[in-house]
Design a protein around this ligand. Sequence first.
Ligand SMILES: *[C@@H]1O[C@H](CO)[C@@H](O)[C@H](O)[C@H]1NC(C)=O
Ligand SMILES: *[C@@H]1O[C@H](CO)[C@@H](O)[C@H](O)[C@H]1NC(C)=O
Length: 289
Amino acid sequence: MICLIFVLLISTVVSSSIYRPVVLMHGISSTAAGMEELAGWIRTSFLGIYVISVEIGNGKEDSFLLPIDKQVEQFCEIVYSDEHLRQGFNIVGYSQGSIIVRGAIERCSLPVYNLITLSGIHQGIFGIPYLLQLPEEFRELITKYAYENPVQNAISAANYWRDPNQLNRYISDCHFLPDINNERGIPNQIYRQNMIKLNAFVMTYSDIDQVVTPKESGLFMGYQPNSFNIETWNNSRQFKEDLIGLRTLWEQGKLFTFTSHVRHQDVTHAPNKDFIMKNILPFFNNTLS
Ligand SMILES: *[C@@H]1O[C@H](CO)[C@@H](O)[C@H](O)[C@H]1NC(C)=O
Ligand SMILES: *[C@@H]1O[C@H](CO)[C@@H](O)[C@H](O)[C@H]1NC(C)=O
């Protein structure tokens, strides 16, 4: 009997201090292994924490061949089928992974506590540097025909190609980003509610990023219409109309931004370790109740 009580006591103590699991999503032309270094830092810092780096399909090719709508669907299925994640988790998306995880939160109402995006692409990308991560034959398809249906259905990067000279076409014909950014018609209130209920939304960008253009997309800022000037955040439609709840999160003190100083390809690796340990690790220091 005493033994049983003891076991119960111990399991209560242990279960009451279980760190929230962490789910990681990698970027384009990469695989789940690309996030393992970061996973290791988290595991060493929070003993017993469950960290999983998600792979969609075969990883590298599917990351650029599968439309993001499909990638989000598969991401949600993987998360739903993992019993460790039932009670909630923190989530990290790097680069293309930033909009996969945000899309998954908005569309699948995942039980996410803190959403962290590292050098994300929240206002899309436009320009050649990012496309250099793709096989050459894809570049011209995107630069010339991004908003044509067959390209939208065939290359993930077309789903967040935001051409400041064709913003109308972007909004009407780009399959993914304008939808999860609530830029089309009446804003989807479920998307918005799912963002507002986060405990924290953390965004980073690197001031020397040469892959994501504009690099400020990491902080949810994009090009102004018909221009290569960056829109200020509080002048953007996203902020003014609070389309997905960013302004609300800001007003509630739940929006955090950080500037790193690292090459895009090093964001989840050793050259960025100090930045991550100092600024990002605290957002994993929370437990399931
Ligand atoms: C987590 O938070 C606790 C309490 O504030 C603190 O003592 C501990 O050092 C933190 N752990 C890490 C790895 O930051
Ligand atoms: C808008 O943002 C800019 C730059 O961050 C800042 O200087 C300005 O004061 C802000 N304006 C308002 C009305 O908050």
